[in-house]
Every structure is written in structure tokens, then in C-alpha cells.
Ligand binder design. Structure first.
Ligand SMILES: Nc1ncnc2c1ncn2[C@@H]1O[C@H](COP(=O)(O)OP(=O)(O)OP(=O)(O)O)[C@@H](O)[C@H]1O
Length: 228
């Protein structure tokens, strides 16, 4: 099943006297179990598109299917449930909770899943191990480097065992060698866990690693590359 299918999606931001057409006509189908990248210049509509795919924002027109569900037919509660149980998110600014340590940040999305304390400990411990941060479990974000914070964020994104992880410019705030490490980490976890990843990015290192690339320009997909 394609994790994401979009048909003729449109989105315009309307402010008092101005409207900004961010997505003009987007149709795409992501392949399952891949590294898919939405690439484009600043302002081309990548974040808007990723927010719609992640059910954080709604399209004005068109059809959006996320993990086989037609988003339009879901209630707000069902959308929240889809996000919490079946999607994972990684952000450019890491978005960790500053008062929680690394362990608690990774544990947080699991709290509403009905797991026992022992199951949570096992899951969080193995994720921190997988991202190489077992020794930093009790460090808060302010006590971690940018690369370490993004590792925590990647572990957190996988904590609910999602089918699809969305990552909005995940390497934008990292130097290129830390970015390369994070990309390799996500690639390893994607292969090991059979999860689909979709990124927005213009990072050449991430584009080089992609299985498929959707190039977006002025709110339309103007080119698609399939490599795997
Ligand atoms: N909340 C908003 N209100 C009004 N206009 C917006 C809003 N968010 C985005 N836009 C506009 O929509 C267009 C697409 O923005 P978007 O953030 O999706 O692009 P982007 O490709 O992610 O850019 P960047 O790489 O700089 O993050 C831009 O013209 C932007 O100014």
C-alpha cells in the first residue's frame, strides 16, 4: 500500500487582503518502505505539503490519503489518533521538551498507547541504544549537542512504532558531518524496521540518499525521480 496518495491537492493561505497560493495542484504517490524526499527551494511549499501529509493542516481541495485512510472522512479525534499511533515526526528544530530528559522525551509518545511500565522501559531503552545515546538517557536537551538532540528526536519519532515518519528539513540545523550521521542513522532504522520515511529538504546529502525525489516548484511537482 502506498503510504501517501495525493490527488489534485490545493492550499492557499488567506490573510486580510492577500492570498498566497502555497500548493496549486499536487498529485503524488509515495512508495512504501522508502526514503522519499520532497525537494524544492525556500517558499516552494514543502512544509505546507508535509503538514498536510502529517494531518497537521488540511488541504482546501483535492484528495489526501494517509496510510489508506481518506483524511477528509476522519473526525478530529480520529486524526489525532492517526497521528499519535501511526505517524512519527522529526522537525528541523528538534522540538524536544526542554524540561524532560532524553529518556522521558522518547517515552512521552508511548504514554497513551496502553503499554505496561516494563514494556515502555524496554522500548525506550532499546531505542536510545539504537541511536547511540544509552549513556545520555538522563541528560536534558540543553545538555546535549544538536546532533544528539536530533538523535533523541529520531528515537522519539519511532517510539510509537509508526508506519510512516515525516521529517521536515531534519538536517537544516546540523553541520554537514553531523547531518550525514543522522541521515545514516535514519536510513539504518528505516531498513531495520521497514518504516517509510518522507522528508522535506534541499540538503544535497539527503537527496543523494533518497529512493525517490519529488521536486516541487511554485506549488506544483515539476519533476519526479525514482531510483529504487
Ligand atoms: N501560515 C502561513 N500564512 C501565510 N503564508 C504562508 C504560511 N505558511 C507558508 N506560507 C507561504 O506559503 C508558501 C509556501 O511556504 P512553505 O513554508 O510551505 O515553503 P517551504 O518550501 O517549506 O519553504 P522553506 O524551505 O523556506 O521552509 C510561501 O510563499 C510562504 O510564504
Amino acid at each position: 500500500m502506498a503510504p501517501i496518495v495525493l490527488q489534485q491537492v490545493q492550499k492557499t493561505y488567506r490573510m486580510d487582503a492577500v492570498s498566497v497560493p502555497a500548493l496549486r495542484d499536487i498529485s503524488l504517490r509515495l512508495s512504501p518502505g522508502r526514503f522519499s524526499v520532497i525537494a524544492g527551494a525556500s517558499g516552494s511549499g514543502k512544509t505546507t505539503l508535509l503538514n498536510i501529509i502529517g494531518c497537521l493542516d488540511q488541504a482546501d481541495a483535492g484528495e489526501v490519503q494517509v496510510l489508506g485512510e481518506s483524511v477528509r472522512s476522519l473526525s478530529d479525534n480520529q486524526l489525532a489518533d492517526l497521528r499519535a499511533r501511526r505517524l512519527g515526526f522529526v522537525f528541523q528544530n528538534f522540538n524536544l521538551l526542554p524540561v524532560l530528559d532524553a529518556y522521558e522525551n522518547v517515552e512521552y509518545p508511548t504514554l497513551r498507547l496502553g503499554l505496561s511500565a516494563a514494556q515502555r522501559r524496554e522500548r525506550v531503552g532499546s531505542l536510545l541504544e539504537a541511536v547511540g545515546l544509552a549513556e545520555f538517557a538522563r541528560h536534558r536537551p540543553g545538555q546535549l549537542s544538536g546532533g544528539q538532540r536530533q538523535r533523541v528526536a529520531v528515537a522519539r519519532a519511532l517510539a510509537n512504532e509508526p508506519e510512516l515518519v515525516l521529517a521536515d528539513e531534519p538536517t537544516a540545523n546540523l553541520d554537514s558531518s553531523t547531518g550525514a550521521t543522522i541521515i545514516a542513522l535514519m536510513r539504518r532504522l528505516q531498513r531495520e524496521r521497514g518504516v517509510s520515511f518522507v522528508f522535506s529538504s534541499h540538503d544535497q546529502q539527503l537527496l543523494a540518499e533518497a529512493d525517490e525525489v519529488f521536486h516541487i516548484k511554485d506549488g506544483v511537482i515539476d519533476r519526479q525521480e525514482v531510483r529504487a
